[in-house]
Design a protein around this ligand. Sequence first.
Ligand SMILES: [Zn+2]
Length: 505
Amino acid sequence: MTRDRSDKLLDIAKRRGFFWQASAIHGAIAGFYDYAHLGAALKRKWENEWRNYFLSLDDNYYEIAVSQIMPEEVFRASGHLESFTDPIIQCKQCKTIHRADHVISDKLDGHFEGISLEKMNELIKKHKLVCDKCGGDLAEVGILNMMFPLEIGTGKLRRTGYLSPETAQGAYINFKYEFEALRRKLPLGLAIIGKAFRNEISPRNLLIRMREFTQAELQIFFDPDTITEHPDFESVKDYKLRMFPAKNREANRIDDMTCQEVVDRLGIPRFYAYHLAVIQKFYLEHLGLPREKFRYKELHGDEKAFYNKYHWDIELYLPSVGGFTEVAGCHYRTDHDLGGHQKVSGQSMEVNMEGKKFVPHVQELSFGVDRNILALFELALEQEKERVVMRFPRKVSPFDAGLFPLVNKDGLPERTRNIQAALKKAGFQVFYDASGSIGRRYRRIDEVGIACGITVDHQTLEDDTVTLRDRDSMKQIRVKVEELPKVMDDFLNGKGLEHLGVVIK
Ligand SMILES: [Zn+2]
């Protein structure tokens, strides 16, 4: 049962200090989670990896930071005011409001997201679907806008605003100014890591469907005439992508296809295919997640937003929330966004590139940060024979190292504190622990996925070396204290222990 698995996962997350429901002491509201000390560290590290990786793709990509409350006009231009809605249905008896498509999909086989209200009413009547809470009859299907409205200011100056339901709009409304400030070059990339808010009717699946969440998005503005090329395409043309096209759904088959084959056989432009490659490399090579847990899923025509010309979801295999689950998306949004803001604001979004005037198109790389954190958490968790271990990619482990004096005497604690101070100064997140046997201390850091353990022992006092133990293999090497920062850096970037020192037998 998915439900049991997700309850179990939440229980582990809570006990170890990763995440839990927000405001729990006052009665939690569904869809809000707080990150505890380890979860917050994991999230911050993932965000930094994302930032460094995607911003380095091009010299003209930058991060910006934007307001999360925006005036109504922004969402008239984006289309959210009119169409960012969910179908809802109320129980006549207990008055609970359900998501109409969930009422249907929970009981019937098939795909129901995006079907018309008439069709939903028809299916509910035909199959005599009732409230799953009380068995009562259901009313007619209605719609509800998912944005959180706000009144900003007071009196005459009062304006209606909304908590932003996606970070993307922040990039679109700033494009015009950034394009000028950055001296009119395309492609121009604007990245935002920020909060987004959606009044979901039925938040579910832990960090997957939340009401307040974090997104990491890169909006790339480019000349649509250049979509058939990318200057770095050669470097990825033979790279194999894990593709799950819509036509493969029935057979449930994933195809390994090179970028060139994706262009030739699926008719996807090179500019878009290049971005599929860099995203997959981020997951499989940069973070080192297992290949078989990753796939690109193509969305059917009626599943994707009408303005997305190409839309493939990045999915990771997460049994606790039902299998392959969307954690990110690669969207070619055409000129829908800048066009909409141009129309509503009356300000031109056109650029003039050597006499050619056009509204730039947008390639969006969109990541749900919390979804990615849940994925890291679930994929890391392993129950081995003699221990529980969280195998986070070393780069994003909540702490870089646990630091231990072998015994609490003979000057070892003092020497350990010295090393701790030096490592902290060098920018590492280290965790000091002197209680219990050394074996127990190793188990404790394995359980929360700290990348390695460093132990100061009597030999340290003689030759100034410490042991470094790898969480995953449990193997150890001896390292000179003065070389520790360099060795740690290599280790965290994925270098094998055997290349960093002599493995202790
Ligand atoms: Zn009911």
